[in-house]
Design a protein around this ligand. Structure first.
Ligand SMILES: [Zn+2]
Length: 188
């Protein structure tokens, strides 16, 4: 059985958060190793709101009244994260207070929240840059300490993000690993 089939069986072919049967798909609960215990089955509406904070509709999440009691840690982790988000928007916090997580499950839930709150690194157009992306330099940049200029149009492949600093990325230009300001780059 693949993960989707296993989750269909586990959930009775329903969204594990709100019990809808609409557009079910697998959601890996980050940080995930892709195994079935770290995945849940979700409907279109839940998935959209989990993945995009701006689409959040607190009313939808009354469903957590039931699903937070799931026996599946992955479901509880998502419930915890969504309740935390909603609590930030001043929805009653009592559900969050009632949700009990074992220490390791709570650590998992919070690891994902930290990721969520991380500011993304963006290029000059506002596109989000990820590790491994290729970018193009949009204006000549003097590289301090390296003694050369990264010319406009230079391609930098396989960039690295700088943890905690969305203004910068690291990459190799002329064979030298340098730090570049993300505002002078364009994602390719
Ligand atoms: Zn749902």
């Amino acid at each position: 059985m693949n993960i989707e089939q296993e989750l269909m069986t586990r959930s009775g072919s329903k969204c594990e958060l709100c019990a809808s049967t609409d557009g079910l798909s697998v959601l890996e609960v980050s940080p995930s190793d892709g195994c079935v215990q770290k995945s849940i089955l979700v409907c279109t509406m839940c998935k959209e709101q989990i993945e995009d904070k701006d689409k959040m509709d607190a009313n939808h999440w009354h469903c957590l009244n039931d699903s937070m009691w799931s026996e599946e840690d992955a479901v509880k982790v998502v419930a915890y994260r969504m309740l935390t988000r909603i609590a930030n928007e001043r929805w009653p916090q009592d559900l969050l207070d009632m949700l009990y997580l074992e220490d390791d499950v709570k650590a998992w839930a919070e690891a994902g929240l930290a990721d969520e709150n991380r500011e993304p690194t963006r290029d000059s157009n506002g596109s989000i840059l990820e590790a491994g992306d290729s970018v193009s330099v949009i204006k000549d940049l003097v590289v301090k300490g390296a003694g050369f200029t990264a010319k406009q149009g230079t391609t930098v492949k396989n960039i690295h993000l700088v943890p905690g600093n969305p203004e910068q990325i690291e990459g190799r230009v002329n064979g030298t690993k340098i730090v570049l300001l993300s505002c002078y780059l364009k994602k390719l």
